[in-house]
Design a protein around this ligand. Structure first.
Ligand code: PLP
Length: 219
């Protein structure tokens, strides 16, 4: 299948409430243009410099999403244009996003990254961290970032029922946030190449798909 055919394959299987973010990290601008010509407008990158280079050379109506760990000293470079940061994993990062967004005279949409998967990682909040942020009104202090919802990753496993359970628990927690803390949250980012169909069944509104569309990444 061509890149265009793969995008079409995914879109045909997504409900109207779920949209595709094409994850183009480590892939050349020419591949992004192939997807763009097929109508794709949301792309996700995980490294600031690579993103900034692509952003400056590619069409301006692309919506660029940031999906990787973002160092605070890199925020200023993407603040003028980034459409959604999926990977807010600390209050320090949120503070810097708020500061740089204010300098640009804009509000940056963000998702809180959850740590649910069994893999060890330094990044992400657990459910209780997020509850505390809302209860203590930490998030509403920032006037130039808007928390649109949550991002989660399932464990890297072949065990489908485990993946489903993890997505299901993230999805229930998303409903809890919406019902108990902020009725305006509307974005749940879950699902990658190997698990997006389960994520969609469990209520994902954004799937982040890279290697299925663009092929294996060469690091
Ligand atoms: C790389 C990456 C993806 C895309 O992964 P694929 O398995 O290639 O679809 C999605 N989300 C995050 C956070 C990533 O880092």
């Amino acid at each position: 299948m061509t890149i265009a055919e793969k995008i079409d394959f995914i879109n045909k299987r997504l409900p109207s409430t779920t949209r595709l973010v094409a994850i183009s990290k480590f892939h050349p601008a020419s591949s992004i243009m192939e997807a763009y010509q097929a109508g794709q407008r949301m792309f996700g990158e995980s490294r600031e410099q690579e993103l900034s280079e692509k952003q400056s050379s590619l069409p301006k109506d692309i919506e660029w999403h940031f999906i990787g760990h973002l160092q605070t000293n890199k925020v200023k470079y993407i603040a003028p244009y980034v459409a959604l940061v999926h990977s807010v994993d600390s209050i320090k990062l949120l503070q810097e996003l708020d500061k740089q967004a204010e300098k640009c005279g804009r509000v940056i949409d963000c998702l809180l990254e959850l740590h649910v998967a069994q893999e060890e990682t330094k990044y992400g909040f657990d459910f209780d961290d997020v509850r505390a942020l809302y209860r203590e009104s930490v998030l509403s202090k920032f006037k130039h970032v808007k928390i649109r919802g949550l991002m989660g990753m399932a464990s890297n496993t072949d065990n489908q029922s485990q993946i489903r359970e993890e997505f299901s628990s993230i999805s229930s927690f998303f409903s809890e946030v919406k019902d108990s803390f902020d009725p305006q949250v509307d974005t749940l980012s879950m699902g990658m190449t190997h698990d997006w169909e389960l994520a969609v069944e469990e209520g994902s509104t954004l799937v982040r798909i890279g290697s299925f569309i663009f092929g294996e990444r060469v690091y």
